[in-house]
Design a protein around this ligand. Sequence first.
Ligand code: GLA
Length: 729
Amino acid sequence: MLPDMIAFDSASRTFFLNGPASSYVLGVDGHGHLLHLHWGAGIRPGALGQIARLLDRPFSPNPYPADRTYSLDTLPQECPTGGLTDFRSPAVLVEHPDGTHVLDLVYLAHVIVAGKPGLPGLPATYVEGSGEADTLTITLIDQPSGVRVELSYSQFRDHDAIARSLRIINAGDAVRFVTRACSASCDLPTADRRLMTLSGGWARERQVEIAPLRPGLQGVQSRRGTSSHQQNPFIAVLDAGADEVHGEVRGLALIYSGCFIAQVEVDQYATARTQIGMDAPALRWRLAPGEAFQAPEAVLVWSSEGLGGMSRTCHRLFRTRLARGQFRDAPRPILINNWEATYFDFNTDKLIAIARKAKEIGVEMMVLDDGWFGAREGDRAGLGDWVCNEQKLPGGLRRLADGIEALDMRFGLWFEPEMVNPDSDLYRAHPDWCLHIPGRGRSEARNQLVLDLTRPEVRAYVYNAVAGVLRSARISYVKWDMNRHLTEVASAGVAAGVAAGEVHHRFVLGLYDVLERITTEFPDVLFESCSGGGGRFDGGMLYYMPQVWCSDNSDAICRLSIQHGTSMAYPLSSMGAHVSACPNHQVHRTTPMRTRGHVAFTGAFGFELDLNKLSPEDLQVTRELVVEYNRVRGLLATGDLYRLRDPSDGQAAAWMVVSPDRRQALVTYVRIQAVGNAPLPVVRLRGLDPAAGYRIGDETIGGDVLMAVGLHLPLTHDFQSLTWHLDRV
Ligand code: GLA
């Protein structure tokens, strides 16, 4: 057992952050610079020796000319800056009044406290008792300007994870601008590694991409105003030889929902500087004297058990200490959503008929999607006018909700509160309430504009609109959607002092402000985040909403790789996954009903079709799926995920979920493309108790056998799925 979570060795001025099996070590050198010394397997405080390598290197300048071996360019740094002797990517950039960016940050002070303070106005991981984490805050100062940087590190007791953030304080006497703030920056000592990103697009979010590091910059970013479908604020760096099961992997997540960068820069001496945070042009934050800028939190996870170990740590931490509210630990209701069943073409009778049929098979909640408000007959009009369209729904939401409740089902509702259609009463009344630049056009996407959440009066409108509807009827669930990215990012509030370089971040802060108020006022409502499917699947949104609609692509086969990639960082309990109709509406593929169900089990399970239109055979399968899901829903909500077979070769996927006490497990296998006269597939299971026997159907097989020898699978057809339920005897 390692000692304190955070220890300070005053003789060597070294800080040791110790997780259950990992250490993160940083130290102050003789000139006061903060060096990154180690992030990896656990080491004992004090046993470090001399790590920083001092060598006279050509073209690496010396800030202390008498010492030609000292250059920031060659040292592993913890908070690198620009303009001095380090030419690599900075973690922090501050523009001074003369346009220069030089900061020479040196150690000023530090404090270690038990617990983990929150980040005001920002989502962050948290603790439920001060014994769960220690927090170290190190203050660095640039003496000539007075600029200070506070680096904060919380080490969790039970997780090989550190929450890191930074605050930049302008203690000088002139206005300055923050143009880059990487909440994490780690100089990893070798570059024989690979970078994993979760990249894609609409309907194919979070595809796993793994590429070897090479000299220079590589990474991902979002300039779209949201974390985006295209890239995700989560990256991992894999050591040489690391894979799903073996080897050292480091994961970095930004707990943030707006523009970001995540990158690795391999320098001339094969140091892999790994960073995640915010950057210009989305960030140019004005700091008057005395003001501070708080950057979002980054979570750093280390695993010696490959990507699988990294993911399980992320899942446990994000599920239990990032997501909040009463649904955090509760099994989520099985829901049916009318979007793919009706699109905009619905009325009360149709909805009740869909709900009634769903109730028959055991569905617990009916969710009414887009189209219930204003002049919303299609996606051209109505956004912003959050008043029920009583022509479609006579008696309003209250009557509909009561009708659903009368079936002994809960009722849920779709909103897209951050948006406005130009064809809406809201826009006609307040044409300046959207993001726009006077004198330029207003680009539309899906016929809509983005409301300017930097402005308090707009936030008040959004809050009152949503809260008013939630108070008006028995609504147990909200799907909070966001269907375009940000362009012409400026605010009419500029006149009131909102500079253009702040609007991106202020928009996100405005959103968080609204979400905090709404979710606090309605603790009994389950919130699901959505952005054209999974366009804002990030730790920031998870703090407010424990589940996210994973993708608008509901095809079971496409979902295999989407959910596989999503599971790299985010827990199963957070992934909204529905059974939809075939041929599938996005890719026109036809898959067996059972496969659609088994794939949707992976997440917050539901349906998105009209069950009245199913054949008796398919309807019977949906009944059986609900029975099967009920048997494992507790397990799926809290179990550990083991990815057994990666779907990327287009042949098959397999995964299993094991309860924390290893008593119960569910194994799922999906054949993608069958091969003629194929070898019999075998999957080796993981995470079981090797000393125990597990009942599978009529057989009992040892955990050791299942893990060492594996489960022999029958040959199956295209798109067929199989599940095995394991119970420890
Ligand atoms: C987005 C969502 C869908 C649906 C539609 C409604 O695309 O991702 O699930 O809610 O909006 O317009």
